[in-house]
Design a protein around this ligand. Structure first.
Ligand code: BG6
Length: 507
């Protein structure tokens, strides 16, 4: 085996974490059932949850340990039933109480000591407090955890006390700063793991590798060769059971503040000094700092917002957004946003970055398209340069994960017959039969157990994202005429296409 392949071999092995106790607040909630417990169970099956690790669910609903395990067995994990499930359930216990009650935290503390010493991990076990709950509760829970001494680490930082938070991280710049101040009163930045589940997706992790482990892309990854970059997250689902949350939040906060700006940063940032968390996060921040803020009088020209009306998705009739349960009548909340941004640095000067995301669109598809410039001159008269389709690199984040490079090539037949040829790669082609792409939450939970913050968002990046988006939100809120009007699109359609074309989106 050559040196290189030996390295690749060892990098392909997962690092096994030390014992950790994962304490899930909001343990009876949707996120815990749909994502966290299935991800932990999968890690357990893959041998990536240390045998001394334990899971303690915490929530308001009164329930015994056995009743909680039964809920997992017959509900959330029922479909994943396998011989290992009973062994996994032995790791799980449950504590109920009121989030504002100091006694709840004292009981949690006692339970942690009990389960850890029974498992033989004792004082060596790292603790991960996962707050799978509405962010309004963060400022109740974190100070209580701190007051109960549950966040205190020794000077060495080991065993660690990590807190995992789900978005939204604030509602605007001021509230994000306020949340940050509250968290930093009790925690250092090293202890805070802010989740953006897009960063845990395999295809998103691949962006760094594609760019910086190959030589062929980087020389053309700049304004000299790239015409535009499009980043799109389209969903066919509506607001489902989260209408109340969504109606207060809107799509710009829900998808742009985190997922879209993070994707943009990964596509456009400079090569980091290394692959450690801070080198990468420094570059992402630097990129976001280079994004040109949209001046208030240009919002209407650079941003489109729209809301879905009644329509049909995959042939099934669905109500309009305003008719959804828990949506305020006459709501002005946007369910689709498209935006043109520019990065003011040497590499990207003048290249439009076109970002869009929407709900209830025709199909689910998250993708990045790098559109290269046309050839400068055609030697194939009578064809002109404009007749030759420019190259595109299309990165499919999901579904049908993969990528394709579109080239002009000769078609068999007459001498100058040419057309677009795709070099197409699908991840499915390298997976074993029945094997799925690993779930983002597995990667993120594992990294948190390993103390690796690379795929988690740093506070300064969050604040920079809010700095860029808050003026847009405020202009919409004021009904500023220069910020444009709310448009409408039928559910199941491609969205507000005409307005998006004006921003520069390709047909
Ligand atoms: C979440 C948003 O962060 O991402 C949801 O709050 C959205 O509104 C979801 O539906 C999309 O995630 P995915 O992984 O299904 O593309």
């Amino acid at each position: 085996m050559s040196d290189t392949s030996r390295w690749r071999g060892s990098l392909c092995l997962e690092v096994n974490p030390l014992p950790n106790t994962i304490i899930i607040f909001g343990a009876s909630g949707d996120l815990t059932g749909r994502k966290l417990l299935p991800a932990l169970f999968s890690l357990f099956r893959r041998g990536l949850l240390h045998e001394k690790s334990r899971i303690v669910g915490c929530a308001r609903t009164p329930m015994t340990d056995d009743a909680y395990r039964e809920r997992l067995r017959t509900g959330w994990l029922a479909e994943l039933r396998s011989p290992e499930l009973e062994r996994f359930l032995e790791l799980v216990s449950y504590v109920h109480g009121d989030y504002g009650d100091a006694d709840f935290y004292a009981r949690i503390g006692r339970r942690l000591d009990e389960v850890e010493s029974a498992a033989g991990g004792g004082g060596f076990t790292g603790r991960i407090f996962y707050l799978a709950m509405p962010p309004e509760l963060y400022s109740a829970v974190v100070p209580q955890l701190a007051a109960a001494g549950l966040l205190t680490e020794s000077a060495s930082g080991l065993p660690w006390r990590h807190v995992v938070l789900e978005k939204p991280f604030g509602h605007d710049l001021d509230s994000a700063r306020q949340l940050d101040r509250e968290l930093h009163r009790h925690l250092t930045e090293r202890q805070i793991y802010r989740i953006d589940h897009y960063l845990g997706k395999e295809t998103v992790q691949n962006l760094m590798i594609l760019r910086f482990a190959n030589t062929i892309f980087e020389p053309v990854w700049n304004a000299g060769f790239v015409d535009s970059v499009e980043i799109s997250i389209a969903e066919s689902v509506g607001v489902e059971h989260r209408a109340g949350y969504f109606d207060r939040t809107g799509l710009l906060r829900d998808m742009f503040q985190n997922h879209l700006l993070e994707l943009l940063a990964l596509v456009a940032m400079e090569p980091p000094a290394g692959s450690d968390a801070d080198s990468i996060r420094d570059e992402k921040l630097k990129l976001l700092r280079s994004l040109r803020p949209i001046p208030p009088d240009a919002i209407g020209r650079q941003v489109v917002r729209a809301q879905y009306t009644a329509g049909a998705v995959n042939g099934i009739a669905v109500p309009g957004y305003r008719e959804e349960r828990d949506v305020a009548p006459g709501s002005e909340t946007e369910t689709c946003v498209a935006m043109r941004l520019y990065v003011d640095n040497w590499r990207w000067r003048g290249v439009p970055f076109l970002l869009r995301s929407g709900k209830r669109l025709a199909a689910k598809s998250s993708r990045i398209i790098i559109r290269f410039k046309p050839v400068p001159h055609s030697v194939f008269a009578p064809l002109t340069a404009a007749d030759l389709a420019p190259n595109r690199l299309v990165i499919d984040i999901q579904p049908s994960e993969g990528m394709r490079l579109e080239l002009q090539a000769k078609e068999p037949g007459p001498k100058l017959c040419m057309g677009t040829l795709s070099l197409d790669f699908k991840y499915a082609s390298i997976l074993d039969d029945g094997q799925n792409m690993p779930d983002a939450y597995e990667r993120l939970l594992l990294d948190c157990m390993l103390g690796d913050q690379t795929l988690f968002i740093r506070s300064d990046t969050i604040l920079r994202a809010w700095e860029l988006l808050t003026p847009i939100l405020e202009a919409w809120q004021r009904g500023d005429p220069a910020a444009g009007e709310l448009l409408f699109y039928p559910a199941g359609s491609p969205g507000p296409v005409a307005a998006e074309r004006k921003l520069g989106f390709a047909p």
